[in-house]
Design a protein around this ligand. Structure first.
Ligand code: RB5
Length: 145
């Protein structure tokens, strides 16, 4: 189960991602927003990320205009490792090395075709573990300071 969230700047991209996940028969929960009307991204980031930290969803995909504001908010949620990606290598390695559990995309930055490629590689790539686990543990330690 994937948690999806977007503000108005990422709404159109979120809708395209929903269609793509439907085609791939991947289930999701749409945490909003549900129109192009202007809305703040931080509460949507929180609501969407809480689906992951509660265990209801495996990962989150978040969209705003740049992907940046929503990623900043997501990374404030304890247990979330959110990566704002606009290239394939980053979306792949943030799974392999960072075990990212939230992908953030900029609806005003990248086209839908590339965004869906990033979604696919993000969802289909497993964490490598090993030395990378130690580094992730160090990130978690910062959360507790
Ligand atoms: C909304 O206009 C825009 O600021 C937002 O979608 C995002 O880009 C913030 O980082």
């Amino acid at each position: 189960m994937i948690a999806l969230g977007a503000d108005h700047g990422g709404f159109e991209l979120k809708e395209a991602i929903k269609k793509h996940l439907d085609e791939r028969k991947i289930e999701y929960i749409d945490c909003g927003t549900y129109s192009e009307e202007s809305v703040d991204y931080a509460p949507i980031a929180l609501k969407t990320c809480q689906k992951v930290t509660s265990g209801e969803c495996e990962k989150a995909i978040l969209c705003c205009g740049t992907g940046i504001g929503i990623s900043m908010a997501a990374n404030k949620v304890k247990g979330i490792r959110a990566a704002c990606c606009s290239n394939y290598f980053g979306a792949k390695y943030t799974r392999l090395h960072n075990d990212a559990n939230a992908l953030c995309l900029g609806g005003r930055v990248i086209g839908i075709g590339l965004a869906l490629e990033l979604v696919d590689v993000f969802l289909d790539t497993e964490f490598e573990g090993g030395r990378h686990q130690r580094r992730i543990d160090q990130i978690a330690e910062i959360e507790n300071m």
